[in-house]
Design a protein around this ligand. Structure first.
Ligand SMILES: N[C@@H](CCC(=O)N[C@@H](CS)C(=O)NCC(=O)O)C(=O)O
Length: 223
């Protein structure tokens, strides 16, 4: 197999790339990394600058690609281009801007809440999570306004890299900080998880959810 994706089935950034793979119908081999194993940590450290996953290796082209958005751009080009990243420059900018919103302003605060639970003492946790929840509220409102303004099914034109980024970001963030009074965001999330590529990713993650520190908050429909 020419394309090998290195990642973990519980990792949100791995999910983002898996949605793209399945949506494009691109064949690949999945190499599960176990971060508790020194050998796997060394392996990923040799593939990406910060030793973070996912990473893509294209043996045929002798190319290694790090960073989920860059990997998706690479896969889109391999598939002929223009499917997950538009050919039109203005449309591509819009997709990339929303991709950043999900990585930085949804996944970022979501990860702060998870990290506070995993790594901070109990006294410090409420302060960190209050700030993160405020950031999530701000992102949710921006998404709601956007969906209301466009009336589109997806966040930036046709289904795109931005929707791939949104799936894992909103999946985990929505568990920790529900969407509440954001009806368009909620409806779009339902469309996202119903898309076969996204549904497959969540289905494959299911056996790993016991490792999620907030597993008790997972809605029954995802278990
Ligand atoms: N900006 C990176 C983020 C990658 C990232 O943070 N990956 C997490 C897993 S979801 C990771 O490698 N965590 C382990 C670590 O930080 O050592 C991307 O888009 O691929």
């Amino acid at each position: 197999m020419a394309l090998v994706l290195y990642g973990h089935p519980l990792s949100s950034f791995t999910h983002k790339v898996l949605v793209a793979f399945y949506d494009l119908g691109t064949p690949f081999e999945f190499r599960l990394l176990d971060p508790t194993q020194a050998g796997d940590r060394d392996l990923i450290a040799g593939l990406t600058p910060l030793g973070k996953f996912p990473a893509l290796r294209d043996a045929d082209a002798d190319v290694t690609v790090a960073e989920s958005s860059v990997i998706i751009g690479y896969l889109d080009a391999l598939a002929g281009g223009g499917r997950l990243v538009p050919r039109d420059a203005a449309a591509a900018r819009d997709v990339m801007a929303w991709d950043r919103v999900f990585d930085m302003h949804v996944q970022g605060p979501m990860q702060s809440i998870v990290d506070a639970r995993l790594f901070m003492d109990k006294a410090a946790e409420p302060g960190v999570t209050a700030h993160a929840r405020g950031q999530l509220d701000r992102a949710y409102s921006a998404i709601e306004v956007r969906l209301q303004a466009t009336g589109d099914d997806w966040i930036a034109g046709d289904f795109s890299m931005a929707d791939c980024a949104a799936l894992p970001a909103l999946f985990y963030a929505g568990i920790l900080h529900p969407f509440a009074d954001h009806p368009r965001l909620s409806a779009w999330f339902e469309r996202l998880i119903a898309r076969p590529s996204a549904a497959r990713v969540l289905d494959e993650a299911r056996p790993w959810f016991d490792l999620f520190p907030f597993r008790d908050m997972l809605p029954a429909r995802f278990l």
